[in-house]
Ligand binder design. Structure first.
Ligand SMILES: CC(C)(COP(=O)(O)OP(=O)(O)OC[C@H]1O[C@@H](n2cnc3c(N)ncnc32)[C@H](O)[C@@H]1OP(=O)(O)O)[C@@H](O)C(=O)NCCC(=O)NCCS
Length: 144
């Protein structure tokens, strides 16, 4: 049986989802992924983040949000034994449909440069690397 059920990620899924992310290579976790912060993200971006369930088990997850201008996907993960069955693509397609309905026509992701598998997936699915851009970050408690 190669079908999954895709449904909204709810804060009640947190323990299972964080377990999946922690055991998945290529996913970088930080303070932003505490239960409280994920709860706030889901509240600010209702009905956009998703999980994939198969036979009652959680086998995939993705965070999706937007800032009113561009969409952002984070932490796409499919459990190792369930890969290459189309589930990752299904999660992303579902997020795109929802972002489109929200009036968002472009979406970005952050991928670690050494994550060859992740980059392979996005490239195969026609995402473009932005060689013209560089990500820069700063903590908001820094005094400029
Ligand atoms: C990346 C990941 C989510 C892909 O999920 P998946 O369910 O195995 O991917 P799918 O089965 O939906 O693949 C969709 C298509 O992409 C292709 N594909 C999947 N992984 C690929 C890879 N690493 N390189 C090239 N193509 C790939 C599939 O062959 C399929 O092609 P098709 O539509 O022509 O049949 C999964 O490998 C994973 O969880 N990796 C670890 C976490 C990670 O790196 N996440 C991305 C963080 S930015």
């Amino acid at each position: 049986m190669n079908q999954v059920t895709i449904r909204n990620l709810n804060i009640e899924d947190y323990d299972l989802v964080i377990k999946l992310w922690k055991s998945t290579e290529g996913i970088g976790l930080s303070d932003a992924d505490s239960q409280e912060n994920i709860k706030r993200f889901l509240h600010r971006n209702p009905e956009l983040s998703l999980v994939a369930q198969k036979g009652g088990e959680l086998v995939g997850a993705i965070l999706c949000g937007h800032d009113g201008r561009r969409g952002y996907l984070y932490h796409l993960a499919i459990r190792k034994d369930q890969r290459l069955k189309g589930f990752g693509k299904e999660l992303v397609s579902n997020c795109f449909q929802r972002l489109k309905l929200a009036g968002i026509d472009k979406c970005h992701i952050f991928v670690f440069r050494e994550n060859e598998q992740g980059i392979g997936f996005w490239t195969k699915n026609r995402w473009e690397s932005r060689l013209d851009l560089q990500i820069m970050s700063s903590h908001t408690d820094k005094i400029l």
